[in-house]
Design a protein around this ligand. Structure first.
Ligand code: PHE
Length: 468
């Protein structure tokens, strides 16, 4: 039965494919803007502690479930305990939801890359350019389709020939590019109209120095929650993706070692992305640029590139090539998870299922694109903000479902099947499991507690009770 199932050829292929899923727009765009917003080094410090504890626990749980059951989320949970089959269905919902909008964002990035290739990038830096583009009726759809077709094509080629080969080629290149641009960022120097000169190194200090000014307990808790939701998104955990990738891992692979390497890759890229973006924005726009939030990548950075003069076009191309690669490997993992689950439930071949999932992806992504014009409406979200279709899908999957799934998974593994089940898989083939004690404590006590709080927070109940 396993004959038809693909597998990674070795540990390196697995590590790079999983890192490819983990490294995405979350690392390059979300991490730096959260760090800028949440007190620089303080956020980084909290994030690092969370990666080593929660991140490790959740990643280990997903990958071990996948490798042990050799199944995808939809069936993995039910195969361990029929009563918990519902958790598989819940988990499957997340990639299905993310699929609807990730390719839309991928399309936006592709459009910027196109702009930097064919123009000098000055127009992309103009006020209103980004909003003008996403609210236009056809362009976002065209670029989304280009991005999505590449994704579908790679998933269609399969685990070894598609995903593994592509990741092995793209991930080392991405690392080199990001390190190169970060070094360039640190060498920047600019004097603004008021005569103040700022250097990249000043920006690096702003990024890394913990800022405890005005820190209150509630502020600290908010930073903690920001770091925690960033962690889920960034490591691609609790959405069945790492279960699927885990099911392609051979028994000879040392799981603990591989998991640590995936974490180092993902966190390293996020840290370097901050070193690349924050000093550049700081040099040209000072502290004011730091608060730009989600618009950082599409609005602030093009302005930074434009302020660089002639080299800006070149740096813009390199930057957006890198982001396109990062987004592609992530989108591939989302689509692969949907395809693998459907192949299993429908007992159908990869090619047929790819077509079906591809059609679903195209139709839903077109609807999300139209959410900025024809289907525009604003929905109030429990966290107090308002959003349109894309924000809604993002909120339901990342803020609401992911903590809920993590919570249930930890209860399931920690108290129903017991951590020994996972430990057995980790020790497979004589491998070591050094963090076994920590894993047990995390999965049984600490993680469910934190995930429970995070989930409740996402429902807006704390605000309702007046606790915020
Ligand atoms: N982990 C990816 C990132 O950091 C995002 C992602 C989310 C990938 C969901 C797959 C699934 O951007």
């Amino acid at each position: 039965m396993d004959k038809k199932k693909g597998s990674f050829t070795g540990s390196l292929g697995f590590i790079l494919a999983a890192a490819g899923s983990a490294v995405g727009v979350g690392n390059i765009w979300r991490f730096p803007y959260l760090a800028a917003k949440d007190g620089g080094g303080l956020f980084i410090l909290i994030y690092l502690v969370l990666v080593l504890t929660f991140g490790f626990t959740l990643l280990t749980t997903d990958i071990a479930i996948g490798r042990k059951t050799r199944k995808n989320a939809l069936q993995a949970f039910g195969s361990i305990s029929p009563k918990w089959g519902f958790l598989g269905k819940l988990t499957f919902l997340v990639p299905a939801l993310i699929m609807t909008y990730y390719s839309v964002i991928g399309g936006w990035i592709t459009k910027y890359l196109y702009d930097y290739i064919v123009t000098d990038g000055v127009e992309a830096a103009e006020d209103g350019y980004f909003v003008g583009f996403i609210t236009s009726e056809t362009l976002p759809i065209v670029f989304m389709l280009i991005f999505l077709l590449v994704t579908i094509w790679i998933v269609y080629r399969g685990v070894e020939k598609g995903i593994e080969q592509f990741s092995k080629f793209v991930m080392p290149g991405l690392l080199l590019l990001i390190i190169g641009i970060a070094i360039f960022s640190l060498t920047l120097k600019h004097t603004d109209t008021t005569g103040v000169t700022r250097t990249g190194i000043d920006g690096l200090i702003v990024y890394l120095k913990p800022d405890f000014k005005g820190l209150t307990l509630s502020k600290f808790l908010n930073i903690l929650l920001d770091a925690m939701s960033q962690l889920f998104f960034s490591l691609s955990v609790s959405m069945g993706i790492m279960i699927t990738y885990g099911s392609y891992v051979k028994k000879e692979t040392h799981l603990e070692k591989s998991i640590t390497q995936i974490e180092i890759f993902d966190t390293g890229v996020a840290l370097i992305a901050g070193m690349m973006i924050i000093p550049a924005v700081f040099v040209f726009f000072g502290m004011e640029g730091m608060g730009s939030g989600p618009s950082l990548m599409f609005i602030s950075l093009p302005k930074v590139f434009a302020a660089m003069g002639g080299t800006g076009k070149f740096v813009g191309i390199l930057f957006f090539v890198m982001v396109v690669f990062a987004a592609l490997t992530s989108c591939i993992s989302i689509m692969e998870t949907l395809v693998a689950n459907c192949m299993e439930i429908f007992h159908a071949g990869r090619k047929k299922v790819c077509m079906g999932v591809g059609i679903f992806a195209v139709v839903t992504a077109v609807i999300i694109c139209l959410g900025y014009n024809v289907l525009y409406f604003e929905v109030p979200l429990p966290n107090g903000s308002t959003g349109q279709l894309l924000d809604m899908a993002d909120y339901i999957s990342n803020s609401f479902l992911m903590p809920l799934i993590s919570f249930l998974t930890c209860i399931f593994i920690g108290w129903v099947v017991k951590p020994g089940w996972i430990e057995g898989e980790m020790l497979e083939n004589g491998a070591a499991f050094h963090k076994k004690r920590m894993y047990e404590i995390m999965v049984r006590y600490v993680a469910p507690l934190m995930m429970g709080i995070l989930f409740l927070q996402s429902t807006g109940i704390f605000g309702f009770l007046g606790w915020e």
